[in-house]
Design a protein around this ligand. Structure first.
Ligand code: ADP
Ligand code: MG
Length: 163
């Protein structure tokens, strides 16, 4: 289950985050991957806002983890360096995120630590403002939620259909 999207502006990327957030429920985890500047934090900003977070969402680079109260609490982790992996392990992120939604920037590094069912959002840039956004679902719980998710993301579809 994979969708390819095109986000032409930062607001577009936030809107994609918001559309995905509409399909998320407590306990869900989203790994957000891509190079520095790809738009990972921008994506989480849109998603968090849609989950009812009113505080500004900023990069958790120096704190590693930020928690935001919302309609659904949001936990935002940035594992920007591999040597911080142990710190994340020590946090026991599954416990932290049981009642909320967990977003992990550079999540591919720690994908093995996420709940088995999760989303992967992969952002990439080809130099200008346009971002290619690939959304991939892992695990059975997403099978039944995939159709509504695909429908919600229709406006940004770049691949013309499900693969
Ligand atoms: P990351 O968390 O991946 O390092 P950020 O979200 O912090 O990236 O930064 C992305 C930067 O790229 C921001 O300065 C943002 O304004 C810019 N940008 C330009 N076009 C886009 C786009 N389509 N989507 C997201 N960010 C974009
Ligand atoms: Mg970031």
């Amino acid at each position: 289950m994979e969708l390819e999207l095109r986000a032409e502006t930062p607001d577009d990327t936030r809107a994609v985050g918001a559309a995905i957030a509409g399909c998320l429920r407590p306990g869900d985890a989203v790994a957000v991957t891509g190079e520095l500047g790809a738009g990972k934090t921008t994506f989480v900003q849109g998603a968090a806002r849609a989950l009812g977070v009113t505080e500004p969402v900023v990069s958790p680079t120096f704190t590693l983890v930020r928690e935001y109260p919302g309609r659904v609490p949001v936990v935002h982790v940035d594992v920007y360096r591999l040597d911080r992996l142990q710190e994340v392990l020590d946090l026991g992120i599954e416990e932290v995120a049981e009642e909320g939604v967990l977003f992990v920037e550079w999540g591919d590094v720690i994908e093995g630590l996420l709940p088995r069912d999760h989303l992967v959002v992969e952002l990439s840039s080809s130099g200008d403002d346009v971002r290619r956004v690939v959304v991939r679902a892992v695990g059975g719980s997403w099978a039944e939620r995939w159709e509504p998710l695909a429908r919600a993301l229709e406006p940004w579809r770049a691949d013309g259909g499900e693969r």
